[in-house]
Design a binder for this molecule. Structure first.
Ligand code: SF4
Length: 229
């Protein structure tokens, strides 16, 4: 058993290289042209991440432009009345997200001079921002080489690098192992890190699905512990 103070084992560098090059080549050809992938504007990235927290991509693509048309900047959102923000969110559900992003806009305007922080440690202190969203905003808006582990990414990492037989630990230590692997995998170059994190989410959403993974079509199957079983 690994002592608590010892970091969990990292995948071998050769394996990481093979995995990354296969994943990135696949994403370059197959990644969907989603509107939030065309921007590095931190406010727009934040709006997309808040909407995607509990809503499917197809629905977010309808609501995202509508919300941005109504509140075109973080400043505009910060100045809005709560009822107006709620109205613009209407139909997306989970309205706590609307009040959280509204509160976030006000905090950023008041405490950060209107500039969204670029470090996960700062981002995670903002309303409605958890560890995943902090990493996603740092990477997708500022191209920081940091991990962003959502449910899809967690599943891909578990299946590829841990395998079902390796899942012996409790959920908390499994999650910390997955985050550790994710940080090992993320390329050091910011632009590659951006593509890598997007690609991981894309693979988990479209190929390595929770119920029926499409292993026969999967670009990383040759290096996947589960797909090879
Ligand atoms: S080979 Fe199968 S289990 Fe492995 S990452 Fe691909 S879809 Fe998921």
């Amino acid at each position: 058993m690994t002592p608590a103070s010892t970091p969990p084992p990292s995948p071998q560098p050769a394996l990481v290289r093979r995995f990354s090059s296969r994943l990135l080549a696949w994403f370059a050809k197959n990644g969907r042209a989603l509107p939030w992938r065309r921007t590095r504007d931190p406010y727009r990235v934040l709006v997309s991440e808040f909407m995607l927290q509990q809503t499917q991509v197809s629905r977010v693509t309808q609501y995202y432009p509508r919300f941005l048309k109504r509140f075109s900047s973080l400043d505009a959102l910060a100045r809005a009345r709560p009822a107006a923000v709620r109205e613009a969110w209407d139909g997306l559900g989970y309205y706590a997200r609307a009040s959280n992003i509204h509160a976030l806009a006000r905090v950023v305007r008041r405490d950060f001079d209107g500039r969204v922080p670029d470090e996960p440690d700062e981002l995670v202190k903002l309303p409605g921002v958890g560890r995943y969203t902090a990493g996603a905003v740092a990477c997708f808006a500022y191209e920081k080489p940091v991990a962003a582990v959502d449910t899809n990414v967690s599943r891909v990492i578990r299946r590829v690098f841990i395998g079902e037989r390796g899942v012996g630990s409790g959920p908390r230590s499994l999650l910390s192992r997955i985050w550790h692997i994710a940080q090992t995998l993320v390329p050091k170059d910011g632009k590659r890190a951006w593509a890598f994190n997007q690609a991981m989410m894309e693979l988990g959403a479209t190929v390595c699905a929770a119920r029926r993974p499409r292993c026969q079509e999967c670009p990383v199957r040759p290096v996947c512990r589960t797909g090879q079983d």
